[in-house]
Design a protein around this ligand. Structure first.
Ligand SMILES: [Zn+2]
Ligand SMILES: [Zn+2]
Length: 367
């Protein structure tokens, strides 16, 4: 892979310049929102100047800016190093990029990892670009060119990936920007009506009052639908990507595979301590690499319940794999290996065709 990158230096430089220009362009939506925010501050505080409302206004303004800032500048989390292929495995993969060897490499890399989801064909999810076994709910973002933990979507309005590290901030950003717009629209309404009935003195404030109302009303409509959608996603413990394509587990597709019930789903994103729920500080539960699911115990391939795991979790009904996952993985590994061994006898040297294979064996590159 390293050799591949160095093969075309000239094209690389040109591509680098284009990439830098592209990266600058990505900031345009953020600048757009920021300038609207500045202008609305100016228009509201200096032109409208409702003294009684100014305290409430500044509270919403501050929370809006704070959560927006945190959504933009919180770096997305990438899979930890145990998900990456070892140097020796990468070398091996370069020499033999397909067939049995490739599958063997991925199988070995995944055997100690807390992964329960698979690709459409039931193979282990692997990222070609980052050369790693993808953790559950992790996806490769083509804009960031990285694998992002619990990726929700890449948002141009924050020029950042929304994922495990900043999903709470993103939700609060939606909530506070909606409150901000609704507050402006509500307090500006009477002046807006006066504008149309010629009840306002003929100053430049007139136009600010009119546009302030238009902008606030317009953003309120789009934000409320987006915020409503994300509230639904949180209540079901789904990411936007998972809402479009349900996660696939060892036993098959399950659109509610990560759902633990409303209250627990909420806590997954906002944390256990209610006093932090409304503040843009990181309180989400877990490490972003493994997620509790109520499906593992129902998995027909997994006969016994790994007792050691349940003791590590706060809730009794759901499996929350611990970081190292030795226990559960030896359990997963037993399944995989026993199957591998038997398959080696029956299908020696054959590459099992996609879609017809046992989930334990086939490995597919999913980018
Ligand atoms: Zn990747
Ligand atoms: Zn991204």
């Amino acid at each position: 892979m390293r050799c591949g990158k160095m093969a075309a230096p000239a094209a690389g430089t040109r591509g680098g310049v284009r990439r830098r220009c592209q990266r600058l362009l990505y900031w345009v939506p953020v600048l757009f929102i920021s300038s609207i925010l500045c202008w609305s501050y100016y228009a509201y505080v200096t032109q409208l100047c409702l003294l009684v409302c100014l305290i409430a206004y500044h509270l919403f303004f501050m929370l809006f800016v704070w959560s927006y800032w945190k959504t933009i500048f919180t770096l997305p989390m990438n899979p930890s190093k145990e998900f990456h292929l070892s140097y020796a495995d990468k070398e091996l993969l370069e020499r033999e990029p397909r067939g049995e060897t490739q599958q063997e490499i991925f199988r070995r890399a995944a055997k100690d990892l807390p992964i329960y989801t698979r690709t459409m064909s039931g193979a282990i999810r692997y990222c070609d670009r980052c050369q790693l076994v993808k953790p559950d709910r992790c996806h490769h973002c083509s804009v960031c060119d990285k694998c992002i933990l619990k990726m929700d979507h890449h948002c141009p309005w924050v020029n950042n990936c929304v994922g495990f590290s900043n999903y709470k901030f993103f939700l609060l950003f939606l909530a506070y920007s909606l409150l901000y717009c609704l507050f402006i629209a509500a307090t500006d309404l009477q002046y807006f009506i006066k504008f149309w009935t010629n009840g306002l003195p003929d100053t430049q404030a007139k136009f600010h009052i009119m546009f302030l109302f238009f902008a606030a009303a317009m953003f309120s409509v789009s934000l409320s639908s987006l915020f409503g959608y994300h509230c639904w996603l949180v209540s079901k413990n789904k990411s936007t990507l998972e809402a479009f394509r349900a996660p696939i587990f060892r036993h098959g597709t399950d659109k509610n595979g990560f759902s633990l019930g409303f209250s627990k789903n909420l806590r997954q994103v906002f944390g256990d301590e209610k006093k932090y729920w409304l503040l843009p500080v990181f309180t989400s539960l877990g490490d972003g690499c493994s997620f509790p699911t109520c499906l593992v115990n129902q998995d027909p391939e997994q006969v016994s319940t790994p007792v050691g795991l349940n003791s590590t979790t706060k809730n009794e009904n759901h499996l929350f794999p611990p970081k190292t996952l030795r226990d559960s993985q030896s359990h997963l590994l037993t399944d995989t290996q026993s199957w591998t061994e038997s398959s080696a006898n029956t299908e020696k040297g054959k590459v099992v065709p996609k879609g017809m294979s046992n989930p334990g064996l086939t490995v597919e590159n999913e980018t």
